[in-house]
Design a protein around this ligand. Sequence first.
Ligand code: GDP
Length: 344
Amino acid sequence: MSLLAAPDQALVQALCGGLGAAQRRALAKAITLIESTRADHRARADALLGALLPHAGGAFRLGLSGVPGAGKSTFIEALGMFLVGRGERVAVLAVDPSSSVSGGSILGDKTRMQQLAAQDSAFIRPSPSGGALGGVADKTREAIIACEAAGYGVVIVETVGVGQSETAVHGMTDCFCLLQLPNAGDDLQAIKKGVMELADLVVINKADLDAAAATRARAQITGALRVLRSHAPEAGGEGEEGSWHPEVVELSALHGQGLPAFWNAVLRFRRRQATQGRLAARRRAQDRAWMWERIDSGLRERFRTHPAIAATLPRMSDDVQAGRLAPSVAARRLLDLMSKTTTD
Ligand code: GDP
């Protein structure tokens, strides 16, 4: 792209055409640029993304969520090693809502996945920190593009089972997988219904601790999912044949047991998605939703920082609260202020 400065052109070359450690360095550098909040960096990152986009889209994007302690990092390490052993190149990204809120992090521990991190075919990046969840998720989506341009065949996006982050990760992956503990079935209420509805696959981890409990959990969750899905508009819309009933797989990430069965379930899901044209449709819908989400948050930001609005808002807000002004009228007047000065 002509907009790219010479050093960034070299970065694109090293990222798309490079090999080994040099390529990983280029990828890390590109993601650092993407994550930067500086305005000049943003412009460079936008140009960079424009150059990378034609090389992106080739990976399988696997989302993974589970409460802290469910075994996400143990699972990703085991799955990553399994995939690397099969000749895959694996990138791991994260969306950590805790790091965006407090600067602290549930997922960012550097000692995680050490074995996988040492592999030439693996790339692991902690969650970007700072900003609202929307901003963090946005950077991760852009980082996916960079990983795909670098030729990673599987991109795993991990998140914790708190807040809205599951919805964000579901919205950027081809297959969303929920990691559960063997006792999950005993207390189905504890599993947030909204999150269960997002799952394309469910993993009961730590099956080694209590095999009977894991099998019970599997049956209970399978039953619960069947009920949920039969009410879901997406499943109904495609008819019985087309709808996917999420598979529930038991495994032990710690002992590496059950990984081939898990991966086969992923491949079955992937094949189904591809043959029914659902993968392309899902990605198109995700891209559209991503754009609108960014437009919404950009408009909000502009609204909040608009000088005339900032000067008027407190008074109008008081008037609304005191019952002197209808909320709808206040909203219209404030929005009018925004459009007036932007078209001037
Ligand atoms: P995360 O917070 O979801 O990333 O969870 P971790 O991967 O850090 O795992 C939390 C704890 O559970 C660690 O002590 C792991 O060793 C342990 N763990 C993870 N998977 C298994 C498993 O399959 N079986 C058993 N027994 N322990 C596991």
